[in-house]
Design a protein around this ligand. Structure first.
Ligand code: ADP
Length: 255
């Protein structure tokens, strides 16, 4: 009954409510700032006599802000889909080599756009295995880790992605970069929605602040964990672990 409700339950409800309000405030802010920029540019285009070159410049900036809102909306939709659906069953699987190479192809494309081909991306292949899980979710988890590495490692960055067996018979897929690294005080909060170490750096490179929250969600749904090691000035390693129950020898893929 009501009178038996414990203080800690009340506290938990209040905490959940506070987190919800915080989230809505964050989302509103994330939508409002690109909108403000776009409105400002529209006004500029309407009131100033601009050369064709200047117009093109402003339109490109507007396009960038629109893209930012698109990224935000797709990340929000993905998160809410993940929260509302049961963990992936046994109906789908992916060869880890395909998973890695598909994610790497996307990351290479992003790296070319952002850094013009000066970064090095390479694969350190591990044993052939199948992962039982949702292909598109796994791809977006690894894709997020790789795009972070590309975005934060800098133009001369080296990025490696690979996989290996774990002592428990599970698998880990890792992404390593030699970028700026992350100070230890940030690590515990890194997977919180909208938590960023450097806000402007994240935004400039198209970040929504939701990437690692998505990664953590996806990997936990598969029974695994996201582990982060980082040393400031040296770089970061992000590991996705998968439990033995989700790993099969790759040969079972043959019909
Ligand atoms: P964002 O869209 O801001 O990149 P994420 O959730 O993917 O959001 O990451 C949260 C924050 O963690 C980033 O804003 C950045 O400060 C930090 N971060 C993530 N990956 C790296 C990395 N490889 N190197 C340095 N910092 C990183």
């Amino acid at each position: 009954g009501r009178r038996l409700m414990l203080t800690r339950d009340v506290t938990a409800i209040e905490l959940a409510e506070a987190m919800r309000r915080d989230f809505v405030a964050n989302v509103s802010h994330e939508i409002r700032s690109p909108l403000t920029v776009i409105s400002g540019f529209i006004e500029t285009l309407q009131t100033l006599e601009l050369s064709a070159e200047e117009r093109a410049h402003f339109l490109a900036l507007m396009q960038q802000q629109a893209q930012r809102m698109q990224n935000l909306v797709s990340d929000l939709l993905l998160l809410s889909r993940l929260e509302g659906s049961p963990p992936p069953d046994e109906s789908e699987c992916v060869a880890v080599a395909d998973w890695v190479s598909e994610a790497l192809t996307q990351a290479q494309a992003l790296s070319n756009v952002l850094h013009g081909g000066s970064q090095t991306l390479s694969v350190v292949a591990g044993p052939p295995r199948l992962v039982v899980g949702a292909r598109s979710e796994l791809l977006s988890a690894l894709g997020n880790l790789l795009s972070n590495a590309v975005r934060y490692a800098g133009a001369q960055g080296h990025i490696d992605v690979g996989w290996q067996e774990r002592a428990d018979g599970g698998l880990e897929v890792w992404v390593r970069d030699d970028g700026p690294g992350i100070a230890p005080e940030h690590l515990p909060r890194l997977t919180e929605r909208f938590y960023r170490v450097d806000r402007s750096r994240s935004r400039e490179s198209g970040g929504t602040g939701l990437g690692l929250a998505i990664v953590k969600h996806v990997i936990q749904r598969h029974g695994g964990e996201l582990l982060i090691d980082s040393v400031v000035g040296q770089g970061s390693t992000f590991r996705l672990t998968l439990p033995p129950a989700r790993i099969r020898p790759a040969a079972s893929a043959e019909p």
